[in-house]
Design a protein around this ligand. Structure first.
Ligand code: NAP
Ligand code: ZN
Length: 353
C-alpha cells in the first residue's frame, strides 16, 4: 500500500481539502497511473453535496474525479496492453464482474457488480470505498484502462472519459446521423461535447440554452441553430420537428417543453441527472408516439471507439485548466452554469501540497 496526495470532502457541506489516501500496490493485472489531468463533472458536485442521496448516498470522506488522463508508471506481470510511459485514461468505472451478460456484451456500465471510480465498495479493501481522480495516482485493472490517441491535447482529452462517452453513446444508439435533426439541451460539459458529436455525425444540430451569452460559442462548437429556451416563440418554431434530443441539464426543468419539440417517433434521452424527479405529461408522449429514455456513460469498448473517433476528427473538450487549489471556486461556478465548457485540473498543482 502507498499513500498518495488527493483532495477530499468530509461531508455534504465541507469544501474539498488537501489530504492523503491509500492506493493498493498493483496486482498482476493492474496498471498504476500518475494522474496528469482530471476533468470536473457536475456528477462530482452532485455526489460531494449528497444531492443524489436517495439513489446513491455519498460516503465520506470522498475523493471525486472520473475524467482521468495520466502516464503509466508500473504494470503488473500479467498486463499485456500497457507499459510504463504510455498515456492512458480512466473514466467512471474501474471494475465489473467480467462475466455477466452485460459484461459479455461489452456493456459494463450495466453490470450489477460494476465498480465506480469513486464511492463504490473497494474490493481490494485498500479503503472502505474507491477514491477517484482528484489525486496524484490511481491503480486500475487493465481492462478498464483506455488508450489515448497521440494527437490529442491531454487537458481536453480528460473530459472525454465521461462527458465524451455519455453523449457519444446515446447518439450512436439512437442513430444520430446525416439527415437527422438533433437537439442538445444545456450547453455545459456534456452539452458542448454533444454538439461536437452531433455535428461530426452530420446531423442538423440545434442547441437549447438558458444562457443567451453562450449563443456565439454554440455556433462555433458546431450548432446549426441556437434557441434561447426561455423564449417561447423561439421554442415554438421547432415544435414537432426534432428526431432526437439529448437532455444534458443538471437541474430541475420542464421536460415537456422539449418532448413537444419531437417529431413522430422521436426520442428524448436524459443524460442529465437532476436531484429531484421530473414530471412528464403523458399526452406529450402519446401524441406523436414519442419516447423518453435515459443513458449512462458507455461500455469500455465504445469508450475506446469514441476516443479513437476523437483522435481521427481532432475532437477534445473546450477546457478551462485550473490548479487543484481552485477546486471549490470551480464548483461554485459550475453550479451557476458558468463554465466554458469543462474545468480540467492540472494535477502538477497537487505536487506542491
Ligand atoms: P454542467 O457543465 O454544469 O452543465 C449543465 C448545463 O445545464 C448548464 O451549463 C446549463 O446550460 C444547463 N442548466 C443548468 N441549470 C439549469 C436550469 N435550472 N434550467 C435549465 N438548464 C439548466 O454539467 P455536466 O457536467 O454537463 O452534467 C450535466 C448533467 O449530466 C448532470 O446532472 C450530471 O450529473 C449528469 N451526468 C450524467 C451522466 C450519465 O451517465 N448519464 C454522466 C455525466 C454527467 P445552459 O447555460 O446552456 O442552459
Ligand atoms: Zn461525469
Amino acid at each position: 500500500m502507498t499513500k498518495t496526495k488527493a483532495y477530499s470532502a468530509a461531508s455534504a457541506t465541507s469544501p474539498l481539502v488537501s489530504t492523503t489516501i491509500p492506493r493498493r500496490d498493483p496486482t498482476e493485472g493492474d496498471v498504476q497511473i500518475e494522474i496528469l489531468f482530471c476533468g470536473i463533472c457536475h456528477s462530482d458536485l452532485h455526489y460531494v453535496r449528497d444531492e443524489w442521496h436517495d439513489v446513491m448516498p455519498a460516503v465520506y470522506p470522498c475523493v471525486p474525479g472520473h475524467e482521468i488522463v495520466g502516464r503509466v508508471t508500473t504494470v503488473g506481470s500479467a498486463v499485456s496492453k500497457f507499459k510504463a510511459g504510455d498515456l492512458v485514461g480512466v473514466g467512471c468505472m474501474v471494475d465489473s464482474d467480467h462475466t455477466c451478460p452485460n459484461c459479455r456484451a461489452g456493456l459494463e456500465q450495466f453490470c450489477p457488480n460494476m465498480v465506480l471510480t469513486y464511492g463504490s465498495p473497494d474490493r481490494h479493501k485498500t479503503a472502505p470505498v474507491t477514491y477517484g481522480g482528484y489525486s496524484d495516482s490511481i491503480v486500475v485493472d487493465e481492462s478498464f484502462v483506455l488508450r489515448i490517441p497521440a494527437n490529442l491535447g491531454l487537458a481536453g482529452t480528460a473530459p472525454l472519459h465521461c462527458a465524451g462517452i455519455t453523449t457519444y453513446s446515446p447518439m450512436r444508439h439512437w442513430g444520430v446521423t446525416t439527415g437527422k435533426k438533433v437537439g442538445v439541451v444545456g450547453l455545459g460539459g456534456l452539452g458542448h461535447m454533444g454538439v461536437k458529436f452531433a455535428h461530426a455525425f452530420g446531423a442538423h444540430t440545434v442547441v437549447f440554452t438558458t444562457s443567451p451569452n453562450k449563443k456565439e460559442d454554440a455556433l462555433r462548437l458546431g450548432a446549426d441553430e441556437v434557441v434561447v429556451s426561455r423564449n417561447a416563440d423561439e421554442m415554438q418554431k421547432h415544435a414537432g420537428s426534432l428526431d432526437f434530443i439529448l437532455d444534458c441539464v443538471a437541474a430541475e426543468h420542464d421536460i415537456n417543453a422539449y418532448i413537444n419539440l419531437l417529431a413522430r417517433d422521436g426520442n428524448i434521452t436524459l443524460v442529465g441527472a437532476p436531484e429531484k424527479p421530473l414530471s412528464v405529461s403523458a399526452f406529450s408522449l402519446i401524441f406523436g408516439r414519442r419516447s423518453l429514455s435515459g443513458s449512462p456513460i458507455g461500455g469500455i469498448a465504445e469508450t475506446q471507439e469514441m476516443l479513437d473517433f476523437c483522435g481521427a476528427h481532432n475532437i477534445t473538450a473546450d477546457v478551462e485548466v485550473i490548479p487543484i487549489q481552485k477546486i471549490n471556486e470551480a464548483y461554485e461556478r459550475m453550479a451557476k452554469s458558468d463554465v466554458k465548457y469543462r474545468f480540467s485540473i492540472d494535477m502538477a498543482s497537487l505536487k506542491s501540497e
